[in-house]
Design a protein around this ligand. Structure first.
Ligand SMILES: [Zn+2]
Length: 402
């Protein structure tokens, strides 16, 4: 079975490239400001008012702005009509204001379910929203506990993490097509780097769940439906995207920073398969990801001779956009994802301390500052040694994993 999310990554990441490459050619050397401001932006012919802080200021007056809901706005100088200082220090919206802001952008009929770290806006059954809230919180705990044990303490998110759940695929698509374009037909859920939100739809078919008589039975029914083998990749997609959201909100990664894509994807794949039969959710965290491993061992897969160097220095392979036609398109993307999972798995298992140090270095990367290919390789080799030596050990170890 294929994983629909694989087609989702180039979409969100292409924004990153578009912004890094096109709008920010004149980027100043990372001026980071903290004051709160009102921005009057002209976007697509309409004026938008954004209250937030400047994350990066470009030399020509363009700016990357984070608003109080956590959304990023990339504004070129000619799109900024006016700026006004605000005396109130920058802070993310509280739960009520955040709910108001999100509901304002959704069709009528949405409700809100709040958990310790999540704000779930939904128009499906409350039981499914609660179930997702529980799943996300278990993922959040599992993710934090895992990295804490590895020696990397993460921070609390600046505000609630927002997930939007549509009741059915059709209304989800109507909403998501604006963000995903044609890819919406193959994507069941995604994390949007710019809005900082996860968007998805009810994977169970809400009606069946509503027929269950009480909360416990509803939850049991959801687990029953989503524990079926044919639902595994759908649930994995949602977890994969929710993992991206946590990583970008807890100090592990910075949105629009130049972190090699294989790292983000490798980590999301490391966590992507929950154990719905376990109340803890991730009994087998870090277990072998069979789908990825099978692909990695496939004799038919395409693999550049110096694949680790390619993964490190050139994101185009994992995006299916490599110059070499052998490494273009969907199959190449799946091959690159398999390689990325294997590399993350190998490094976490066999070089855990170095991997944490590498992650801490990447966590320092600032938004919209592009590293050279040489710098990316040097960052990696600093912790793991030279690539040819590492590659040999990597391939030897992975050949033993079954
Ligand atoms: Zn991903």
């Amino acid at each position: 079975m294929t994983f629909p999310r694989l087609r989702s990554r180039p979409v969100t990441l292409s924004w990153r490239i578009a912004i890094c490459g096109a709008l920010w050619g004149c980027l100043a050397a990372g001026s980071i400001l903290c004051g709160d401001e009102y921005f009057f932006l002209k976007k697509n012919g309409t004026e938008v008012q954004v209250r937030g802080r400047v994350i990066v200021e470009a030399e020509d007056g363009g700016a990357l702005i984070e608003d109080r809901a956590g959304r990023l706005w990339a504004a070129e100088s000619d799109q900024i009509v006016k700026r006004e200082k605000d005396q109130v220090p920058f802070a993310r919206l509280d739960a009520d204001k955040m709910a108001e802001a999100v509901l304002d952008q959704l069709p009528d009929g949405f409700d809100v379910h709040k958990t310790a770290h999540y704000l779930i806006c939904y128009n499906t059954s409350p039981a499914y929203a609660r179930w997702c809230g529980g799943l996300f919180e278990r993922l959040y705990r599992a993710f934090n506990n895992f990295w804490d044990r590895q020696g990397m303490t993460l921070s609390e998110p600046a505000g609630l993490l927002v997930a939007i759940i549509f009741s059915d695929e059709r209304t989800y698509r109507e909403y998501a097509v604006v963000e995903l374009g044609e890819s919406v037909h193959s994507i069941v859920g995604y994390y949007n780097l710019m809005t900082n939100r996860v968007v998805m739809y009810d994977l169970t078919g809400a009606q069946k769940i509503r027929q269950a008589k009480d909360r416990v039975r509803q939850s049991v029914e959801i687990n029953r439906v989503l524990s079926r083998p044919e639902a595994a990749s759908l649930v994995a997609t949602i977890i994969h995207e929710a993992t991206h959201q946590i990583a970008f909100n807890c100090g592990m990664q910075t949105r629009l920073a130049d972190v090699p894509i294989w790292v983000s994807e490798g980590i999301a794949m490391y966590f992507e398969t929950p154990d719905l039969k376990s109340s803890r959710g991730w009994r087998g965290l870090g277990a072998v990801n069979r789908t990825r491993l099978k692909r990695f061992h496939s004799p038919n897969r395409s693999r550049p001779a110096d694949s680790i160097r390619v993964l490190l220095s050139d994101d185009r392979w994992i995006q299916g956009r490599a110059e070499d036609p052998r490494f273009q398109g969907r199959e190449a993307v799946l091959d690159a994802y398999a390689e990325a999972w294997c590399l993350a798995y190998y490094l976490i298992k066999h070089h855990p301390d170095e991997f944490v140090k590498y992650m801490q270095l990447l966590a320092e990367k600032r938004p919209l500052q592009q590293d050279t290919a040489e710098q990316r390789v040097a960052d990696f080799e600093r912790f793991f040694g030279t690539l040819p030596g590492l590659e040999q050990k990597f391939l030897r170890q992975m050949s033993r994993v079954r």
